[in-house]
Design a protein around this ligand. Structure first.
Ligand SMILES: *[C@@H]1O[C@H](CO)[C@@H](O)[C@H](O)[C@H]1NC(C)=O
Ligand SMILES: *[C@@H]1O[C@H](CO)[C@@H](O)[C@H](O)[C@H]1NC(C)=O
Ligand SMILES: *[C@@H]1O[C@H](CO)[C@@H](O)[C@H](O)[C@H]1NC(C)=O
Ligand SMILES: *[C@@H]1O[C@H](CO)[C@@H](O)[C@H](O)[C@H]1NC(C)=O
Ligand SMILES: *[C@@H]1O[C@H](CO)[C@@H](O)[C@H](O)[C@H]1NC(C)=O
Length: 446
């Protein structure tokens, strides 16, 4: 075992030094409401990639056996992007990121992990120095790769009318991540948000994250969308309305999950529409949910140890991608749209336009860098608020203090309760909603 490890290390460092200079992925940049590589418009042709799914959450980009096994299939599918929902910032990602780069594949990474994310119920308390260290260290690790396309600051935190106040913390985090990247990274890396497929506040969230001064606005916005099911159409799926609704939206927009499974096998007829000029003036492609077959049945491939079996959905998606060209030219993108107006604060949209201040206890990380990445196994950052000040957001006062179970912090609760049970009991494990998100109105968490 020891010998094997040594050999692997030797091989990998050789491999790494050998290909470091031959990366083929030039960084993706944002211009107007679109992504570009150099002067060419870039459309996301991607999949969501989290082998093991939510039940066996592991960083797929720190395990070369895993990423090597899968990348040839990704390439064969014609992909240029994957989204990974969680990573271990203390592990090395050099090899997998190099292999992806050689295959022309970019990464959009969620910066959260189950123990390190924004809590939907206690957003203020979860926005603290432990959490920010995690996020900034994750940025440090991934910002050095040219094929890091962007970061999701958060995923589906706002999922219903009663969680909209948490949007202020999401926006504060986006502000902080952008500031950190500007200070500590060699290049700008776009930061955005992935919204749940929830009609009642998706539009507000999109506008909220794209309003206000330059330094607080997101670089892109994405939402999960399962409205094109089986044989459908631009109009029948309602995608025409989404194009209409976001025609004046000034930053890149894409589908962070798509691929309804109400009708199986999936034919992915939506691909032709997604990359047609009916949509490309407003949308920049999307990510199919999801690469591997997991219990929720959305997979393109079945994994069994080292063996990968392409499923019918895989073949269908491959056919669609290979027969669907991008539109000529720039696809009708818009480069000079103004930012959005901030949505009015109503009982349906409670997020304040005054963002919480950056936690002073984290200022050393912002100023000097996050320091050593601590991985995903430490004490959770999701503290249960102990006082009113850890509960109220700017503009709020006298909000009911949360009924803490008496436990000092989340690590105690989480460890005791574990996974799904912890969620039901504490309602805390929310920022990273790995797995399915909202399908057919049902939130499936972990
Ligand atoms: C990498 O993944 C393979 C396949 O799932 C697994 O057998 C192996 O233990 C993993 N290696 C590490 C270091 O986690
Ligand atoms: C929102 O409502 C759901 C369902 O009624 C409830 O479980 C959850 O705790 C509420 N969240 C907040 C932040 O009030
Ligand atoms: C489009 O915007 C209108 C007005 O805000 C909203 O009522 C409607 O639900 C939106 N439609 C879609 C498909 O997002
Ligand atoms: C993988 O495929 C090979 C060849 O078809 C087969 O012999 C082996 O048993 C398979 N392994 C697993 C874990 O299914
Ligand atoms: C959280 O719990 C850990 C482990 O029990 C403890 O070391 C830490 O001080 C606690 N943090 C707070 C804020 O109470």
């Amino acid at each position: 075992m020891k010998g094997l490890t040594a050999t692997l290390v030797a091989t990998s460092s050789l491999l790494f030094s050998g290909i470091a200079s031959s990366q083929i992925t030039e960084p993706v940049t944002v211009k107007g409401n679109a992504f570009f590589v150099g002067n060419d418009r870039f459309y996301i042709r991607g999949v969501d990639y989290q082998p093991g799914g939510s039940s066996d959450l592991a960083d797929p980009l720190s395990n070369t056996t895993v990423c090597k096994r899968d990348i040839s299939y990704m390439k064969d599918l014609g992909l240029n992007t994957i989204r990974v929902y969680t990573s271990d910032n203390s592990a090395s990602h050099d090899e997998c990121m190099e292999l992806l780069s050689e295959a022309g594949i970019y990464l959009i990474l969620d910066v959260n992990a189950p123990k390190f994310s924004i809590s939907r119920d206690f957003p203020v308390a979860s926005y603290n120095e432990v959490y920010l260290q995690h996020v900034f260290a994750t940025i440090d690790v991934f910002s050095k790769y040219t094929n890091t396309l962007g970061f999701f600051a958060a995923n589906e935190v706002i999922n219903a009318a009663n969680s909209t106040r948490a949007a202020a913390v999401v926006k504060a985090l986006i502000r902080d991540m952008r500031k950190y990247i500007a200070k500590h990274s060699d290049r700008p890396i776009p930061v955005g948000y992935s919204a749940a497929d929830v009609a009642e506040n998706r539009r507000e969230m999109a506008h909220y994250l794209n309003c206000g001064s330059d330094d607080v606005r997101a670089d892109f916005f994405a939402f999960n969308d399962y409205s094109w099911c089986g044989p459908s159409s631009f109009v029948q799926s309602g995608w025409n309305k989404k194009v209409e609704n976001y025609t004046d939206y000034s930053i890149p927009l894409f589908l962070s999950e798509f691929g309804c499974i109400e009708v199986k096998p999936r034919t992915f007829s939506e691909v032709k529409t997604l990359y047609s000029t009916q949509m490309t003036g407003v949308f920049s492609g999307g990510l199919v949910y999801e690469f591997t077959q997991e219990p929720n049945n959305y997979g393109l491939v079945q994994i069994d140890g080292d063996n990968v079996t392409a499923l019918t959905d895989y073949d269908n998606l491959k056919k669609q991608y290979s027969s669907t060209k991008n539109p000529p030219g720039d696809g009708g993108y818009q480069k000079d749209l103004p930012p959005s107006d901030c949505p009015e604060r109503t009982f349906l949209w409670e997020a304040s336009n005054t963002l919480p201040d950056f936690p002073s206890a984290a200022s050393a990380y912002m100023d000097n860098g996050a320091g050593k990445p601590k991985g995903t196994n430490g004490v959770s950052s999701q503290f249960v608020p102990q006082s009113q000040k850890d509960y109220n957001l700017p503009g709020e006062s006298g909000a009911p203090a949360p009924s803490s179970s008496g436990s000092a912090n989340q690590s105690d609760q989480g460890a005791a309760a574990g996974g799904m049970a912890g969620l039901a009991a504490g309602g805390l494990w929310m920022g990273i909603v790995v797995g399915l998100g909202t399908i057919a109105g049902v939130m499936l968490l972990f």
